[in-house]
Design a protein around this ligand. Structure first.
Ligand code: UT7
Length: 340
């Protein structure tokens, strides 16, 4: 191990969404809702839905291949794969192991991480620690979800919000002063019942009664999650920007978790950021939970919205209740010269 910490950053990013689009108009035929309600209360216009034969690990593999290609890293060079998801293929084993074999990354350790919609920033923070100590050089962090399988399509409180998709990044060493400048992980476990799946785990194993009562689907107290989200998005961002020794005006781009445009606009207002500096794609994908930030990052990078040296804040909240964020200075590819 080196006797100094190595700076960790993102070497490449990729994403994948299923082709099938489900519009608000179609939802009007399924539950008592309207395009007008969904658009004005959430900002969502459509979302992607995976085909029945496609699972979370499939989406993860597709996003990962693109991230590896963007980074110029081969699967066999990976030291670790972290799959962040709350809609894993099956309770056992970790979906990351399915991704590992499908990608052909035999050297890589693999595990799943569940931190609700904050999963990706949790995963990226963990990855950065292994890079910082020099213990690892190439880590794949994926956020992937097939939420359409774990929501109750008769519950208008939840089914209009979520979508399927995946995003991935390759994490590795970058030049000093670049990459991840600060990160923060938080949880308020007392609020766990505001967003959860009651049945299907060891506490309440799935049986015909739980299935009949639809307890194996997402249950949410939207108002409480909304209240939590508006508070922590502001608090976490301000803490992170200070921890990175930056000022609000130094921030070039905010990539928030994509749950509700009203939550995002509230955060932007509090941080005095014009919406031009905020990445929003929930109108097209809905809430893709742990996939939402890497998916938005990929679109921002590939469309040229992210430039070398940009200060980016990524901030999330979700089931747990969890929250967290990362400030990074974009330095894609510059890590190559820093390798030993
Ligand atoms: O990643 C974390 C995941 N979760 C979240 O981010 C959720 C955060 N919360 C939210 O985004 C918002 O609370 C919601 C979008 C879920 C709900 O918006 P709201 O403005 O808080 O609505 P509400 O729950 O206060 O409901 C207002 C009304 C209610 O009717 P009544 O009781 O006033 O007659 C609801 O029954 O809207 C009704 N409603 C709907 N109406 C049409 C709730 N869902 C729908 C719907 N279509 N889909």
């Amino acid at each position: 191990m080196p006797n100094h910490l190595i700076q960790a950053g993102i070497l490449g990013v990729g994403s994948y969404v299923p082709e099938r689009i489900l519009t608000n108009k179609e939802l009007e035929q399924m539950v008592d809702t309207s395009d007008e309600w969904i658009t004005t209360r959430t900002g969502i216009r459509e979302r992607r839905i995976a085909d029945p034969a496609v699972s979370t690990s499939d989406l993860a593999v597709r996003a990962s291949r693109k991230a590896l290609e963007h980074a110029g890293v081969k699967p066999e060079e990976l030291d670790l794969i972290i799959l962040t998801t709350c809609s894993k293929d099956m309770p056992l084993p970790a979906g990351a192991c399915l991704v590992q074999t499908e990608l052909g990354a035999p050297q890589a350790g693999a595990f799943d991480l569940e931190a609700g919609c904050s999963g990706f920033v949790y995963g990226l923070t963990i990855a950065s620690q292994f890079i910082a100590t020099g213990a690892m050089k190439r880590i794949l962090v994926i956020g992937a979800e097939v939420l359409s399988r774990i929501i109750n399509w008769q519950d208008r409180n939840t089914c209009v919000l979520f979508g399927d998709g995946a995003g991935a990044v390759v994490v590795g060493p970058v030049a000093p002063g670049e990459g991840i400048l600060a990160s923060k992980l938080s949880a308020e476990g007392a609020g766990w019942e505001h967003l959860y799946i009651p049945a299907g785990g060891a506490k309440m194993p799935a049986d015909p009664v739980t299935v009949e009562k639809k307890l194996h689907y997402v249950h949410m107290n939207g108002k409480e999650v909304f209240r939590y989200a508006t508070r922590v998005m502001e608090e976490e961002s301000i803490h992170l920007i200070k921890a990175a020794n930056l000022r609000l005006e130094d921030i070039d781009l905010l990539i928030p978790h994509q749950a509700n445009i009203r939550i995002i606009e509230h955060a932007a207002r509090k941080l005095k950021l014009p919406m031009e500096k905020v990445v929003v794609n929930l109108d097209r994908y809905g809430n893709t939970s742990s996939a939402s930030i890497p998916l938005a990052l990929d679109e921002a990078v590939k469309s040229g919205r992210v430039k070398a040296g940009d200060n980016i804040v990524m901030v999330a909240f979700g089931a747990g209740l969890t929250s967290g964020g990362i400030v990074l200075k974009w330095s894609k590819g510059e890590g190559e010269s820093n390798e030993t």
